[in-house]
Design a protein around this ligand. Structure first.
Ligand code: TXA
Ligand code: MG
Length: 342
């Protein structure tokens, strides 16, 4: 990630945000589609652009100097400790919202999601916007349910040049590559800390700071759109398979005339199209969404992903892959059955 960037473009983007326009900007996780969090009409236009349901809250991005108390009420010491440890960085905290925070950002809930990103362009934007005292509401800059963007080009591919997005700031490829870890600290007394979305900052790393391991979310009460089962999905059906099964599957699919796009990290036979990712959780996460997009455009009938290991640091990657594959199981099984019959 380059520390050098176009400061004039950042200033122009901050002015557009202040005028209520939408600006896409890079963060270290994925690109965000930003609007002034204190301008309900601007926030509403994010929902319209994404095709996202109104009751899904958005994360408010703040400058490091902004402090939590303008946005959150009853801020627990755990939240201050986590901000000290991980901000700027890929951690979002759900806190009780302060009076005066518009309903639009919190999807009508009594909480607010806050994050201070570390990407230098995001930081410069947050410092330039409203003199560093504002908040930028930003979901990932993709159409609802689609794969999050990790480059400026991905954002342009999602929204085109129809004027919905006033400006796309280019900050290169996002370093982390999957969305921020979300920890809910809004109901500590009754529920303890809850991990709503796994990411680069692990539950164990959070526990090392606050002395308590965040619990897995209550699946009966999903509160984050990222926790919907079908999410982060390409248009082509996606399935995960263990390395040991893939050579046979690839041969069967080829024999049946099916085109397979393969995302893998081990030595495997050639497919119609393929991307080999690094065999580390960080390297895999960094390149995963770009690989899904490239494979989605390869004309394949199915995207097969070599199932990654399931250990701690791989949690975020497995979570995103499981969601990308959700709903494809029957289609992929049909392709396999069909191929073995031919
Ligand atoms: O890495 C990220 O978090 C990126 C970058 C742009 O910062 N943003 C992102 O936003 O992934 P989005 O909207 O695609 O996902 C944010 C998730 C959603 O699942 C949303 O429901 C949840 O955060 N969220 C936001 N505010 C919340 C709140 N008050 N309570 C519960 N969940 C919340
Ligand atoms: Mg998203």
């Amino acid at each position: 990630m380059s520390e050098r960037f176009d400061q004039a473009a950042v200033i122009a983007a901050a002015r557009l945000l202040e005028q209520g326009r939408l600006v896409a900007f890079p963060t270290e996780t994925v690109y965000g589609l930003g609007a002034d969090a204190e301008n309900p009409a601007a926030v509403a236009s994010i929902y319209a652009a994404k095709g996202r349901p109104q009751d899904h809250p958005v994360i408010v991005h703040v400058a490091p100097e902004a402090g939590l108390d303008h946005w959150a009420a009853d801020v627990p010491p755990q939240a201050r400790a986590l901000a000290d440890a991980f901000w700027p960085g890929p951690l979002t905290m759900i806190l009780k919202r302060a009076p005066g925070i518009p309903d639009a950002v919190s999807g009508g809930q009594d909480t607010v999601g806050l994050r201070c990103p570390s990407h230098p362009v995001a930081l410069a934007l947050l410092r330039a916007f409203k003199g560093g005292r504002g908040g930028v509401a930003a979901p990932s800059a993709n159409k609802f349910g689609h794969v999050s963007p990790t480059t400026a080009q991905h954002v342009l591919d999602e929204f085109g040049a129809d004027g919905t997005v006033a400006m796309v700031l280019d900050g290169g490829q996002s370093q982390v590559g999957i969305e921020s870890t979300i920890v809910d600290l809004s109901r500590l007394a009754t529920h303890g800390p809850v991990l709503l979305r796994p990411g680069h900052i692990s539950a164990e790393a959070i526990a090392a700071v606050i002395g308590q391991l965040p619990a897995a979310p209550d699946v009966a009460a999903p509160r984050a759109s990222g926790t919907l089962e079908s999410h982060y999905a390409p248009h082509t059906p996606v399935a995960m398979q263990d390395r040991a099964l893939l050579p046979v599957t690839l041969a069967r699919m080829a024999a049946g005339g099916r085109k397979v796009a393969l995302i893998h990290y081990s030595d495997l036979p050639a497919a119609h199209a393929q991307v080999r990712l690094p065999a580390t959780p960080e390297g895999f996460a960094h390149a995963l969404y770009a690989a899904l997009r490239t494979m989605d455009g390869s004309g394949a009938d199915v995207i097969l992903v070599e199932a990654p290991p399931t250990g701690g640091s791989w949690l975020g990657v497995n979570d995103r892959l499981r969601r990308a594959a959700h709903g494809s199981t029957a289609v992929v099984q049909g392709l396999l059955d069909d191929s073995s019959r031919r």
